[in-house]
Design a protein around this ligand. Structure first.
Ligand code: BTN
Length: 247
C-alpha cells in the first residue's frame, strides 16, 4: 500500500484525482496526497476546508474482493487506522463518532469520505478519502466551524509534521486491511468499539424518513449503527445523521 504515491502540491480534490487514476487502471493501494485542495468535499455534498500544509488530504484507491454492501466496513476500518495513528503519534486521545468522524475533546478533527464504483455484486474500485486537520490554528477555520472543528495542534499545543503521520496512517491501514481480509470484520469491530464515541449514551437519529431518540449500543457485524429504543428494541441504522447530546 502506498508504493504508488501521487503527490500534488494542489488539487481540486484528491477524490477526483483518484477517480481519474482508478478509471485508468491505477492499482490497488495507490495513494494520492495533496498539500491543498481547492474543492475539498465532505460527506453529504458538504465543503471540506483543506488549507495548504495544515492537514493531511489524501485518497486511497482500493480494489477489494468484497461485495458492494460490505464497503461500509472499509470506512469503519479506515477510522480505526486513523484513530490508531493519532493515539500513537500524538498526545491526543481520539474517539470515533459513527460512522467515521474522528473526535478530539468532542470536536471533529478528521473525516472520511468513501466512494465506490460498482455494479450489482462486483466492486470496480473504492476510494477512501481521508481529511485530517493537523496544524490549523483558530484563524484557519471559518467562523461557523469554531465550535465543531479542531486540529491536533489546537488540542495538544504541538505542531506535527505531516509526512510521518501519513506513513503511520498507511501502516495502520495496511495492517487493518490485511486483518480484515484474513479474519473478517470482527477484529475491526472490536477495535472500532474500543474508540467508539459515546457508546451506551442517548443519541438523536435523523434518517431520510424520521427523527427519533435512542441509546447508541455499538456497531453491528456489517458496520451498521445499533440503536436501541424501548418500542423497537435494537435496530440497525445504515445511513443517518446522528446528533450526540452534550450534557
Ligand atoms: C466528512 O465529511 O467528514 C468527510 C471529509 C473527507 C475529506 C477528505 S480530504 C481528502 C479527500 N478529498 C476530498 O475532497 N475529500 C476527502
Amino acid at each position: 500500500l502506498g508504493k504508488n504515491m501521487i503527490h500534488k502540491t494542489t488539487a481540486t480534490s484528491t477524490q477526483y484525482v483518484a477517480h481519474d487514476a482508478a478509471r485508468e487502471n491505477a492499482e490497488h493501494g495507490t495513494v494520492i496526497v495533496a498539500d491543498e485542495q481547492t474543492k475539498g468535499k465532505g460527506r453529504m455534498a458538504r465543503v471540506w476546508h483543506s488549507t495548504k500544509h495544515k492537514g493531511i488530504w489524501m485518497s486511497i484507491i482500493l480494489r477489494p474482493p468484497i461485495l458492494p454492501a460490505a464497503a461500509t466496513q472499509l470506512t469503519l476500518l479506515t477510522a480505526t487506522a486513523l484513530a490508531n495513528a493519532i493515539a500513537e503519534g500524538t498526545t491526543a486521545t481520539p474517539a470515533i463518532k459513527w460512522p467515521n468522524d474522528i473526535m478530539i475533546n468532542d470536536k471533529k478533527t478528521a473525516g472520511i469520505l468513501t466512494e465506490m464504483q460498482a455494479e450489482q455484486d462486483r466492486i470496480h474500485y473504492v476510494i477512501v478519502g481521508i481529511g485530517l486537520n493537523v496544524n490549523h490554528t483558530r484563524i484557519e477555520f471559518p467562523e461557523g466551524l469554531h465550535q465543531k472543528a479542531t486540529s491536533i495542534k489546537l488540542e495538544t499545543g504541538i505542531e506535527h509534521p505531516t509526512v510521518p503521520l501519513i506513513q503511520q496512517i498507511l501502516q495502520y491501514f495496511e495492517h487493518a486491511y490485511d486483518q480484515y481480509m484474513t479474519a473478517g470484520f470482527s477484529p475491526i469491530k472490536t477495535k472500532w468499539e474500543s474508540y467508539g464515541y459515546k457508546i451506551g449514551e442517548k443519541i438523536r437519529i435523523r434518517t431520510k424518513h424520521n427523527v427519533f431518540e435512542a441509546i447508541f449500543s455499538g456497531v453491528a457485524e456489517d458496520g451498521a449503527l445499533l440503536a436501541e429504543t424501548e418500542a423497537e428494541g435494537v435496530q440497525k441504522i445504515y445511513s443517518a445523521e446522528v446528533e450526540w447530546f452534550h450534557e
